[in-house]
Design a protein around this ligand. Structure first.
Ligand SMILES: [Mg+2]
Length: 381
């Protein structure tokens, strides 16, 4: 089999009155970059690149102008060889960030091809499923815009997740400790003590501030504090982790086995959060998972894309080992983004339905989803 083409799609959906903010900025739109890798025997693979704050066209250009010409004529089943080749191609200026997101999308597409060629879901090719469904927590509780009371809006949203059957939810913080504590108190008191509550600062603080926040939040039974400090501040992570009674999570802004080597070997976080669509795709994620396993640091993967990235992340989630193996192993958390996203569901023919707090892991070949091309063309920039 040979790769004959790579197409990229940059999609945008405007949020209208659903613009939302977090500790770094406010967004009025969602975008995504999808890629479709075609082969000479007619199989196509899908991938999605994670981007957060940059226009999706930058990562799409890295795929179409940077990597695509290097892929034509190669065997898509040679995923690991291709990964190393592409990584080395941009290594000098692309060890982290968008070049790796672009590479992730391509790698995901190659695994989709491999699964379709062999008639098996990706998780089977990665070693088999530890689980066939994912216990999902709701990511949401961003800062809504133009509402009379942010706290009232957060409470209403949180009660909605409880009503929907979520066992856990994640609240954005990082607006200053006083504001954060008002939000945490309001949400915790609204949802009661039976729901797991996590918070995410999106690296808004220095270590001293983050330690203070962690101490003040203790009485509200916060399960983890995510990205307390900037991703480059490994010493800060270690300091916060040592002085906090709340678990420290991080890793959505880290890339490849080389980046995660630091977070893992220095024991900078309690919970690792690599994003499949950013950290390097399936090929590299399996390297990261192996390192995490060797250091016994559990993973709760970061997931924040459309149904393409969601389907891919569910395939990976199936193969996450236990940290550690035991008679009654812990059920890992799967991130289910519930923030406004006009493109999330429509891009695929398939829909994901939560049932009793779980999402099923797709059993069809490859990622288990197919693009709705009418929808994709309609929203393509
Ligand atoms: Mg986060």
């Amino acid at each position: 089999m040979k790769i004959t083409g790579v197409e990229t799609y940059i999609l945008q959906g405007l949020l209208q009155d659903k613009a939302f903010g977090w500790s770094q900025r406010v967004t009025d739109r969602r975008q995504t970059a999808l890629c479709v890798v075609s082969t000479d025997d007619g199989i196509q693979g899908l991938g999605e690149a994670f981007y957060y704050a940059t226009p999706a066209k930058i990562v799409a250009h890295l795929i179409s102008d940077g990597y695509a010409p290097l892929l034509i004529g190669r065997d898509p089943l040679d995923n690991a060889v291709i990964w190393d080749f592409l990584y080395n191609w941009t290594r000098d200026q692309g060890m982290k960030g968008l070049p790796i997101s672009a590479l992730s999308a391509i790698d995901i597409a190659l695994w989709d091809i491999k699964g379709k060629a062999l008639g098996l879901p990706v998780y089977k090719l990665l070693g088999g499923a530890y689980r066939n469904k994912a216990h999902v927590y709701a990511t949401g509780l961003y800062q809504p815009q133009n509402v009379p009371s942010i706290e009232d809006a957060l409470v209403e949203e949180a009660l909605g997740y409880k009503e929907d059957g979520f066992f856990a939810m994640k609240l954005k913080v990082g607006y200053g400790i006083e504001t954060d504590m008002r939000y945490v108190k309001a949400v915790r008191e609204a949802i009661g003590n039976d729901i797991v509550l996590m918070v995410d600062a999106n690296h808004a603080y220095n270590a001293v501030e983050a330690i203070r926040l962690a101490k003040e939040m203790e009485k509200y039974d916060v399960y983890w504090l995510e990205e307390p400090v900037p991703p480059e501040d490994i010493e800060g992570y270690i300091e916060v982790k040592q002085k906090s009674n709340i678990l420290i999570a991080g890793g959505e802004d880290e890339f490849t086995r080389y980046g995660f080597r630091e977070l893992i070997a220095r024991r900078a976080v309690d919970i690792l959060q690599p994003d499949l669509c950013a950290a390097g795709g399936f090929t590299e994620m399996m390297n990261i998972v192996a390192m995490a396993s060797a250091w016994n640091v559990p993973l709760a993967p970061h997931v924040w894309g459309t149904n393409v990235g969601l389907a891919a992340s569910l395939q990976l989630f199936a193969v996450l080992p236990h940290f550690p193996e035991r008679r009654y192993p812990a059920d890992p958390f799967f991130e289910y983004d519930r923030s406004p996203h006009p493109l999330r569901e429509g891009v695929t023919e398939e829909r994901f339905e939560m049932s009793d707090g779980y999402l099923d892991i797709p059993q069809r070949p490859g990622l288990g989803v197919s693009l709705d091309m009418d929808f994709v063309r309609k929203h393509a920039l």
